[in-house]
Design a protein around this ligand. Structure first.
Ligand SMILES: [Zn+2]
Length: 171
């Protein structure tokens, strides 16, 4: 057997029982007090490796020191667990906030894209009149216009405002 019987152990008139009330054996030559002590020591040292128990000097401490160290470690573990639980609560909170922000972000992006699509439809063409003489020089329909003539129908100014607005919303 590689492992001793798991605890807690129990002594009943030198009959010793282990985990799940399994019978370990009878400490025939032991007094009841000695059997009691053996069982108490096994239970007290249940989570200490047997190699350490046999050579406490390896730690440079006595068994008493080992117990003190174990208590310190237990306290440290409890503190670390509390910090972990606290962090978990914070992480849950941050994750919820992130989800809310993410959902707001996508809603706003959708609204922006809808507005951009409407803005794009609001662009106008240069004025074209049946009598081409009155058409905007940049309409391509004005017979007496020069290539360098400016728009006189307001389309360029109007479209420039739309372009500037779109540029602002997409940078
Ligand atoms: Zn024009």
């Amino acid at each position: 057997m590689n492992e001793h019987t798991q605890g807690p152990w129990r002594n009943e008139e030198q009959s010793v029982y282990g985990e799940g009330d399994s019978y370990i054996g009878y400490l025939e030559d032991f007094s009841d007090e000695d059997a009691r002590r053996v069982v108490a020591c096994v239970n007290a040292c249940s989570d200490i490796n047997i190699d350490v128990l046999e050579r406490p000097a390896q730690l440079g401490k006595t068994i008493q020191g080992y117990f003190e160290k174990r208590l310190e470690m237990r306290s440290e573990i409890a503190t670390l667990k509390a910090q972990r639980d606290d962090l978990r609560i914070h992480c849950d909170g941050w994750e919820k906030q992130y989800r809310v922000l993410e959902s707001s972000f996508f809603a706003l992006k959708e609204q922006r894209d809808e507005l951009l699509s409407v803005l794009n439809k609001l662009r106008i063409d240069h004025y074209q009149c049946e009598d081409g003489y009155y058409s905007c020089p940049k309409s391509g329909d004005c017979p007496n216009s020069n290539p360098n003539d400016d728009c006189n129908c307001g389309a360029d100014d109007h479209n420039a405002v739309i372009d500037a607005t779109i540029a602002k919303a997409t940078t």
